[in-house]
Design a protein around this ligand. Structure first.
Ligand code: WT7
Length: 661
């Protein structure tokens, strides 16, 4: 996510020009007939009618759907919009946990698998909706016994085990606000977030598994809590059976906490706008911001988008490979799919443990039918080689999805052919931590897909592409992607910082939510995300988007992954520097020349890279996004400035610096 002010040179450029569109992707894949025949939404006309209805009268549209939630108290008004602050379902009372669990009790879903969990070492646990309800109630009672009350913040730092989901839902049940911190973060990052949130209770585990190694979670928490004065209690799950130091007046074992706890606990009737959770997302610079989501609108938005985009049916086995530490895990592992009554697969560990086919093994073993993952993972699979895929029966799959970054068209084609066997629609879902749920995506039974495009907005989402003055750009011209209307899943603010919320999202383009992404809309009304506003290159007065140059490189058979950045150049303004990870073959000057020629052929001389550096890995955030900001510094020969706490692997940076040209 971006925090920084748009760089000055970029602002100047934006006033005079638009982003050159150089991507020429013409392939179109209509939804397969067998898929359409059974889909929830199956015609273009149906989609258009829903979209028009929602755009014309959002309150009527969402009000009609709100009946799918359980209400302790009915709401008085669907939407109050005091820009930039939205209140949805004003005056109503509901509970996000109740909507995920209690609504299924006494129905045939009560004894259906809610969670199928696989640990990295291979153990499997299945919890039905009834069992999950009981465990959540026990833990909710445990939290209450520690003095946790409505509005208290509970910080969760755990491995991907069922207890992580249980902890989140238990907080929601009693009206506590959860703040989940991804298990890969350092103690420094935990302390920062705990202090900003004023967390009262910490939940963690002795350790977690990652690529055969144990992550010392409790140890990190101990270091963090030494600097988190607001945290009074720490609940520790025994995942490994390790002996970890317990601080007697502060730490309590999870199993001791629930030993006497009753398996039922009333769900608090929460105000529609009560905070459900905060989730910290890092800025390019500066301190992380706590994105605030609330109860009713978020619950409804994640449920409906989950049903529309994943076409969920009761017999599906649905697997989203994200971690609950990210918004994808919140919305599409926990709140969306459980409210929709889905069976959700959760996997604790790494995709290449013990070998590079772990994901395919999981799909085969559990008969996964819907698979939702990130482009960075797909590029790894391609690099690891097709033989890992070929060993497995993937015939249970019927739908594939991606999220997190743009997907290079050649990676999309691989996903389509190799994993989907040309039978499964691919939903490329564009959204953000701030949007709460998916904003643009194909509907799998309706929308013909184009590799690399997130296609069209969901009902209730009104995007525009504008210049910094707020004027809409023409077809196929790039510009700032903004959203013109409030939607139920939108963030309600930044925790404790209304001013920053207003400035970052609602001030640059008046009356519109600024996404921070560049995009273009093609002649069919399809959207193509072109990357973050601050990643744009400006070469000889032409602005180029990173994804287009990267996609051209990835379409070369030897290239697994690529990142393009600009570096200062006296003549051109910016020169194009690319970092390339090879699938196979050896780095050489001949290959450099060949890749230059390849990009020239695919895009044009303008985009031809000036510098090509080969590397084993790219610096990425822990959620898998390429950190182009760091690469920009390296390309320019600068010391890295700003925040690197979200970098996944520091050694990547060191290696990149060592082999400077
Ligand atoms: C940013 C949001 C949304 C959950 C995971 C990431 C990029 C996300 C796509 C996509 C192109 C995408 C955007 C966006 N992004 N999905 N399908 N195509 N770009 O959440 O960490 O809040 O990041 O991820 O740049 O603004 P996040």
């Amino acid at each position: 996510m971006w925090d920084l002010a748009v760089p000055l040179d970029f602002r100047v450029a934006m006033t005079s020009s638009h982003i050159a569109n150089v991507m020429q992707e013409r392939r179109v894949f209509p939804p397969p007939a067998e898929f359409v025949a059974r889909a929830r939404i199956r015609s273009q006309a149906e989609y258009e009618a829903m979209w028009q209805e929602a755009a014309a009268d959002p309150a009527a549209f969402w009000g009609r759907l709100a009946g799918e939630l359980h209400w302790f108290e009915p709401y008085r008004e669907v939407l109050q919009w005091n820009e930039p602050f939205a209140s949805w379902f004003v005056g109503g009372r509901t509970n996000a946990c109740y909507n995920c669990l209690d609504v299924h009790l006494g129905t045939p879903r009560q004894n259906k698998a809610a969670l199928i969990w696989e640990g990295e070492p291979g153990e499997v646990r299945v919890l039905t909706y009834g069992m999950l309800h009981r465990e959540v109630c026990r833990f909710a009672n445990g939290l209450r016994s520690l003095g946790v009350r409505q509005g208290d913040v509970v910080s969760i730092y755990m491995p991907m085990v069922p207890e992580l989901v249980i902890a989140m839902l238990a907080c929601a049940r009693i009206g506590a606000v959860h703040s989940v911190i991804f298990g890969g973060f350092s103690s420094e990052a935990i302390a920062d977030r705990n202090n900003d949130a004023r967390a009262k209770v910490q939940i963690t585990a002795d350790a977690g598994w990652r690529r055969g190694q144990q992550l010392p979670l409790k140890q990190n928490v101990d270091a963090a809590l030494a600097k988190s004065p607001t945290v009074e209690k720490c609940v520790v799950l025994r995942r490994m059976g390790n002996s970890v130091p317990m601080q007697p007046d502060r730490d309590v074992w999870w199993h001791d906490l629930i030993a006497q706890a009753a398996p039922d606990a009333a769900a608090e009737p929460m105000d529609s706008e009560a905070t459900l959770f905060i989730l910290y997302t890092s800025g390019s610079t500066g301190k992380p911001k706590g994105i605030r989501h609330t109860t009713a609108g978020y619950s409804l938005y994640t449920k409906k988008t989950c049903e529309w985009v994943f076409d969920l049916r009761d017999e599906d086995i649905y697997w989203c490979t994200a971690d609950c530490g990210w918004i994808t895990g919140h919305s599409y592992i926990v709140y969306g799919p459980l409210a929709a009554g889905a069976t959700v697969v959760i996997y604790e560990g790494a995709p290449n443990w013990p070998q590079e086919d772990r994901f395919w093994q999981i799909i085969e073993n559990h008969r996964v039918s819907i698979f939702y993952t990130a482009p960075t993972a797909i590029r790894s699979f391609i690099k690891w080689g097709d033989h890992w895929v070929d060993k497995h029966d993937l015939s249970s799959l019927r739908l594939l999805g991606t999220v997190g970054e743009g997907i290079n068209p050649e990676a999309w084609m691989w996903y389509h052919r190799k994993i989907g066997r040309e039978r499964c629609p691919i939903v490329d879902t564009w959204w953000q931590t701030e949007t709460g749920g998916i904003m643009m995506s194909p509907l799998p039974g309706v929308t013909p897909t184009k590799p690399g495009s997130c296609t069209r907005p969901l009902p209730g989402v009104v995007p525009k592409i504008v210049t910094p003055e707020g004027n809409e750009v023409a077809v196929n011209q790039g510009g700032w992607l903004v959203i013109a209307q409030p939607w139920p899943g939108m963030l309600r603010g930044i925790w404790g910082d209304d001013q920053r919320y207003r400035e970052q999202y609602w001030s640059r383009v008046p009356h519109h939510y600024l996404t921070g992404d560049n995009a273009r809309r093609d002649e069919d009304g399809y959207y193509w995300i072109m990357g973050r506003i601050d990643d744009v290159l400006n070469v000889a007065g032409h602005r180029l988007s990173t994804i287009e140059i990267e996609s051209a490189l990835v379409s070369h058979p030897l290239v697994a992954e690529a990142a393009a950045v600009g570096r200062p150049d006296e003549i051109k303004g910016e020169a194009v520097a690319v970092f390339v990870v090879l699938r196979s073959g050896e780095p050489s000057d001949a290959l450099r020349e060949e890749l230059r020629r390849h990009v020239r052929k695919e895009i044009g001389a303008l985009a031809q890279p000036d510098d090509i550096r080969f590397t084993n890995a790219l610096p990425k955030t822990r959620s898998g996004k390429i950190m182009r900001r760091l690469l920009r510094d390296i390309a320019a020969g600068r010391e890295t400035v700003g925040d690197t706490t979200t970098l996944e692997d520091y050694s990547v940076l060191a290696r990149l610096r060592e082999q400077e040209e």
